[in-house]
Every structure is written in C-alpha cells, then in structure tokens.
Design a protein around this ligand. Structure first.
Ligand SMILES: Cc1ncc(C[n+]2csc(CCOP(=O)(O)OP(=O)(O)O)c2C)c(N)n1
Ligand SMILES: [Mg+2]
Length: 583
C-alpha cells in the first residue's frame, strides 16, 4: 500500500507496465528515489552519469522496444539536462515520459534554490506538462501523461515538488476530486481510410509507369506489406535513414538511402519517378523529393496533419502503414513493365560495387568507410545499431548493411550529436541478449562519454566504434562544400580512447591499419563486456553526396581558393575518389 505521494506515483507507473527508469538522483527527487527503492523488485533504476543520457537512453529504449520509456531527473539543472534528449524523442515521434522534481511547494517562485518552473520550461517539448499538487493529483496526472505520450507518440512531463513527494498518500482531496476516477487503460487509435480514398490511391498507382516507394520509420513493422507492394508495382524502395531497417540493404527492390548520405540510385529514382508513395516518413530534406508537379503522390501517415507536409500529395491515407497497405494491396494491379525497377537495380549494382571498392581500400591513413564496411562481418542477424551524428552517419548509412531482424536508429529529425551511446544503453537494457553496436564520431562520443561508466556498471556488452578523425568532420565539410569557406573551429585534439575505456573499466582497442581491422573487430566483439574500438581514420575523406551538384563543386573550389588549410590533401582525396568512381 502506498504510504506517500511518491509511492502512489511509482505504483501507478508499475500499473502502466513501466519496469525501467533512466535516472540520476538529486535532492529534488529524494522522495521518488525512496519509493523506487521500496519498489525495486518491480521497477529498476538505471543510473546514468548525465541526465541528457537518461533522456536519450529513454528515446532509444522507446525506439527499439516500441514501448513507453521513462526518465527521471532532479529539479532545476537535472531537468534542464534532460531537454535535448526529450526533443530528440519528440522529433522522432517516441513516447517518453519525463519526471522531474521541483522545489518546496510553498517556496516556488521565490528565487529559492533550483527554483525553475520545469512545467513551464517543458511546455514546448512536452504535449502534456503538469505539476502534481497532492496525493489525489497523482494518478490522474500520470494517467494523462502516459496516455498522451503513447497516443500522440511524443513526450509528456510531470514535475512534483520535493516536499509533496513525502506527503502521506491519504488525507488531502478537493471536493470535486472523486477517488479512483481516472482509468489506466489506453486503446490505440487505428484509423483506416475510407474505400473511396483507397480506390483513388490505387488508381494513381495503377496509372503510374515509374512508381517509387519512400518507406520511412512508420514502415518498420510493415516489411512484408512494403515488399508486396514493391513486387506488384515493380517499384524501387527508397529508405530515409530512420527507415533503414524496413527492408534489408541487399533486398533486390531497394536502392538504399536518400539524402546527402544516401545513394545515387535512390536520387535517380526520385528524379525520374512519375508516381511516389510516401509511407510513414517525414524525411525533412525537401530538395531530395521529386520536384512538385513531377509526380502524382500518395502519402500514408498516422498523423493527418502531416499529409502533404513535404510534398503536395494527391491522396492522403491516414493510418498505420501496415494496416493501410493491407487494405490497399488488393486494389493494386500487378505491373508487367519492370523497366523502371530494372534500371534502378542496375544502378544499385554499380553503386554497391563503388561502396565495396571504397569500403575495402587499403590506404593508410585508413578510410573511415573501411571500418563501417568491415563491421558487417561481425554483426549478428539481430544486431541493434545506434549511430551518432556527423560524417559517421554517412559511413554507417552507406556501408552498414541491414540483414535479418537488425534494428538501426539515429537522431533523425533533431540530428543531435551524442545520441549513439545513450541509445545503445537504452537498447542493451531492453534486450540483454542482443548485440548492440554504437557507431560514433570522436566529437559526438566525447560529449557524453562519461556514460561509458553506465555501460560498465550494468555490464552492458555494448561495442562502441569511435571514428577518430580529430575533427568535427561534418561541420568541416559543410564549411568547405556548402559555404565555400575555409574550415574554422572544427579541430579536436586527440584523445586516447583506449586509455579512457580502461579507466572506466571497459576494454579498449585501437586500429589504424586496414589490414588489421577485421581481426581487431573479431577480438573486440568476442569480449563479453563493453568495448571501445578507436578507429584512427583519414581526416581528409569527404562525405560527398551520392550525386555532387554543380553548386557543391563550386563552393568546394571557392573554399580551396580562399586558403583552406590542407587543401592539397583534400583535393587529392576528392580527385582520387572521383577517379575511382569513373574507372
Ligand atoms: C548537440 C549538437 N551540437 C552540434 C551539432 C552540429 N554538428 C553536427 S555533426 C557535428 C560534428 C560531429 O563530429 P564527430 O562526432 O567527430 O563526427 P565526424 O563528423 O567527425 O564524423 C557537429 C558539430 C549537432 N548536430 N548537435
Ligand atoms: Mg570527428
């Protein structure tokens, strides 16, 4: 039986099947911690080293389990540290409940210690943000927060003054508040479009001669349906990065990724299609879609407000991708003309050859692609890959190949750095038996690398590949190729990541010779616990888009002319890559 307000809260979380909370303690949540301690058989606390990691771990947990995830932080600074991870969850549509402490209820607003109105601070990131005011206010607030997070696939927040956490569970209730009035049940909204809309969509697909499918994260549970649709239509499947695991990378119908880190054949498909079906994707980069007016378009999305968000679609179908596709498939006629698909397949074969060539080069310094490519040899069929943000995203997107039931994620729409390790913690906590791999840059990893200690503490056997180019590489290339400016403020001094791993109680490996990559990865992956594999790579390797535009080439030339340091090395690397592409 609940003795305190904090007990009520923890017990309500347990009622909602929450069994894990990512957290870091503080005096603003001591009451909650005591309740967590006395309920530790039913709910566990994963103690992180930085609250941002708690929120990002919760986001990763939600992404890979498709369940509600919970993070907890103290009043003031603890709550503020959560924010970036919560925005990541909001932007990528993940149900995360954040719980924070607040200062004493009768000192709020008086410049007291850590007196930050977190319910106001969180009002932008959270679809529900409430302050719990007493024992009779807990269950209804938790219920609404949970239901909002799940039903809107977003962030909810509850803050609770520290003294109220210790108040007795009984005895304070307004006249209007009926005991046990709030229900802890949620029923999923599963809308299906009407027959007329499905028929209009099918008619467009049946008329199209060059149909393309853009299959995003909403299709992660609709692999069979997407493949059936592609087979019927002879349509190439283009995968935004959050949808990388929708179909395996060697599936004959996919041309791989899209965007700056995508593939040239995917870009060709988008440029040439006359009909596009956007399924479960809010892929943000507008310039990679067909030009408005070029293609008839159909969009499937759970959120009616997102229909037509990125492309002026002709038909919107609101619902879960797998549901809608099942309803749509019987109305779609099989196409015998496979020329569009075959052309895409030929181009994809050429692209794969280029990636094979880039991924197996024996240059020293080592090309970053080489380690991403070699990872395929050690990845399990059900590996979970958590990729960080930077040029590393390009190497992972192009070279790490989805197989079997692998899962993959990045910080998609927020594109925050430092998500890789916390996502991996979330994944490894959720799936203790599975291989979890973090693929990060030296910049992103250092932001939250204190949380390697979390992996050690909970014996999470995460394998962390750190691409060491001693720079904030992505921004370096943006300065050069997009802005036409020489690089500035992007160098990082080297860190000994092997020494760091050891200092944390993990195992460290370093590899700089392509000839030793495979055996290093094999040894590292055979270790039972967390491992850091530092891959020392060529800092001059540019993450060039699949297809270089004239403007990019021009900006690049401009930066070189304006005194980009190391320009000879850079030009040499780019020209060499271009020659290899041609021959
Ligand atoms: C929190 C945050 N700060 C800054 C950025 C801008 N940014 C994007 S990628 C990047 C560089 C990443 O460097 P690193 O992790 O070393 O990877 P690399 O690009 O070198 O492969 C930066 C600074 C960001 N996306 N997120
Ligand atoms: Mg770097």
């Amino acid at each position: 039986m609940a003795a305190t307000v904090a007990d009520i809260l923890v017990e309500r979380l347990i009622d909602w099947n929450v069994d894990t909370v990512f957290a870091l303690p503080g005096d603003g949540i001591n009451g909650l911690y005591e309740a967590l301690r006395t309920h530790r058989d039913a709910i566990r606390v994963i103690q992180v080293r930085h609250e941002e990691a708690a929120a990002l771990a919760a986001c990763g947990y939600a992404k890979f389990t498709r369940r509600l995830a919970v993070c907890l932080a103290t009043s003031g600074p603890g709550g503020i540290h959560l924010l970036n991870g919560l925005y990541d969850a909001k932007f990528d549509g993940q149900p995360v409940l954040a719980i924070t402490g607040h200062t004493y209820h009768d000192l709020i607003g008086t410049h007291y210690q850590q007196d930050i109105d977190l319910d106001r601070v969180f009002s932008d990131v959270a679809a529900f943000s409430g302050r719990v005011m007493g024992p009779a206010h807990v269950c209804n607030a938790v219920d609404l927060a949970v239901k909002t997070a799940i039903s809107k696939r977003t962030v909810s927040h509850i803050t609770i003054p520290k003294d109220i956490q210790d108040w007795p569970a009984e005895g304070m209730r307004s006249k209007a508040n009926v005991a046990e009035h709030s229900g802890d049940r949620i029923s999923e909204a599963l809308p299906l479009p009407g027959k007329a809309q499905l028929e209009r969509a099918a008619a467009l697909l049946n008329q199209g001669t060059k149909v393309a499918i853009l299959a995003g994260r909403g299709c992660l549970s609709a692999r069979d349906e997407i493949v059936m649709l592609a087979e019927k239509l002879g349509a190439p499947i283009v995968k935004p990065l959050l949808g990388k695991a929708v179909v395996p990378d060697d599936h004959p119908y996919t041309t791989g990724g899209i965007g700056l880190l995508g593939t040239a054949p995917s870009q060709d498909v988008m440029e040439e299609c006359d009909t596009l079906i956007i399924a479960g994707s809010s892929f943000p980069y507008l310039e990679f879609y067909p030009k408005p007016g070029q293609a008839k378009a159909i969009q499937i999305d759970l959120d009616a407000a997102r229909i037509g968000l990125r492309y002026p679609v002709d038909v919107g179908l609101v619902g879960q991708c797998w549901d809608v596709l099942r309803a749509l498939l019987p109305l779609v006629d099989p196409k015998s003309d496979r020329r569009f698909l075959e052309r895409a397949q030929e181009r994809k074969t050429r692209w794969d050859r280029l990636m094979e060539e880039r991924g197996t080069r024996d240059d020293i310094p080592m090309k970053p692609q080489v380690i991403a490519h070699a990872l395929n040899d050690v990845l399990a069929e059900d590996a979970i890959i958590c990729c960080d943000t930077g040029t590393v995203t390009t190497w992972a997107a192009r070279h790490i190949r989805m197989r079997g039931s692998m899962q993959f994620s990045v910080s998609g729409t927020l594109a925050t750095m430092a998500n890789g390790l916390p996502y991996s913690i979330g994944a490894s906590v959720a799936f203790p038996g599975r291989q979890v791999v973090c693929f990060a840059g030296d910049g992103g990893f250092t932001m939250l690398m204190g949380d390697l200690a979390t992996a050690v503490k909970y014996r999470l056997p995460i394998k962390i590949v750190v691409i060491k180019n001693n720079s904030l590489g992505m921004i370096k290339w943006e300065q050069i190729a997009f802005e036409g400016n020489p690089q500035y403020g992007v160098d990082l001094q080297a860190i000994d990541f092997v020494g760091f791993a050891r200092a944390c109680g993990a195992v460290g490996y370093s590899v700089s010779d392509p000839a030793r990559v495979r055996e290093t990865l094999r040894d590292a992956f055979a270790q039972p616990g967390p491992v850091v594999i530092e891959a020392v790579v060529d800092p001059y390797e540019p993450p060039l888009p699949g297809k270089l535009t004239t403007d990019q080439a021009w900006q690049f030339t401009k930066a070189m002319a304006r005194g980009q340091k190391d320009r000879l090395e850079i030009v040499k690397t780019v020209i060499e890559n271009k020659i290899r592409e041609v021959v």
